[in-house]
Design a protein around this ligand. Structure first.
Ligand code: 9J3
Ligand code: ZN
Length: 264
């Protein structure tokens, strides 16, 4: 679209456009049966309806332990309407652990880019992963296994492994100050610290939030996730203004950490 960046999509962003319930693109959706795929449990693909703007980057999103795609469904249309193809998935079983969820996120991306009905709408070199809780732990597993991923966003993540020196994918982690299932002191914070200090990484701790805050529509999660995906999947530096400087503590942000300015 723009002369300088072939991956830029949509109008110049504002604080209100990244906070909006919907972005500029009308969204369609497509259900994928578990019977039609291997390596994950099916899901729902949300995608910009129009083909006028060419291809889009794509992301797969995993739910957490015992949960279904319904628990992360709000992110589908919210992110797709900003100009991404978004695949909210079910896992093979709801009890799958983070490493398996990582493999399943990658299987879902492979299905999305190689077999799905919307594969022609996707730029397969611009992919990312997100997930809640054990799905957030799986998000790190996927990034570790596939360094070509352009963005990773674990939401109140849970993973026993705190060492992630192999990760090369720009990663934004969300913690919740009131999380008693995956307390930030034993999950989100050490997971952030376990990433390379040279990586483009950020940690945002939600204020007045719980482990399950990422399971419903949340403007803080949405605005910084949209900005991170745009910045690193679309290389869209118009969104850098919302990421650097880091958000200051407020009614919605308990604390934030990260490297600014970004290096990739
Ligand atoms: O996905 C999650 O919600 C993980 C938190 C959890 O229940 O871990 C206990 C094994
Ligand atoms: Zn903290």
């Amino acid at each position: 679209q723009a002369a300088g960046n072939p991956y830029e999509r949509g109008p110049a962003p504002t604080e209100s456009s990244i906070e909006a319930l919907r972005g500029p693109y009308a969204v369609s959706d497509l259900s994928v049966s578990s019977l039609a795929v291997t390596g994950f449990g099916g899901g729902t693909i949300y995608y910009p309806t129009s083909t006028a703007d060419g291809t889009f980057g794509a992301i797969a999103i995993s739910p957490g332990f015992t949960a279904y795609q319904s628990s992360i469904a709000w992110l589908g249309p919210r992110l797709a309407s900003q100009g991404f193809v978004v695949f909210t998935i079910d896992t093979n079983t709801t009890l799958d652990q983070p490493a398996s969820r990582g493999d399943q996120l990658l299987a879902a991306l492979d299905y999305l880019t190689q077999r799905s009905a919307v594969r022609g709408r996707i730029d397969s070199s611009r992919l990312g992963v997100m997930g809640h809780s054990m799905g957030g732990g799986g998000t790190l597993e996927a990034a570790k296994d596939r360094p070509s991923l352009q963005a990773a966003i674990p939401l109140t993540p849970w993973n026993l492994d705190k060492t992630w020196p192999e990760v090369r994918t720009p990663t934004l982690l969300f913690g919740a100050d009131g999380d008693t299932v995956a307390p930030v002191s034993s999950h989100a914070e050490p997971l952030y610290t376990g990433l390379p200090s040279s990586l483009d990484r950020a940690y945002i701790e939600l204020n007045g939030a719980t482990h399950f805050t990422p399971n419903s529509s949340n403007t803080t999660i949405a605005k910084y996730s949209v900005s991170w995906l745009k910045r690193f999947i679309d290389n869209d530096t118009r969104y850098e203004q919302f990421l650097c400087p880091l958000p200051r503590p407020s009614l919605t942000v308990e604390e934030s950490r990260g490297n600014c300015p970004h290096t990739s």
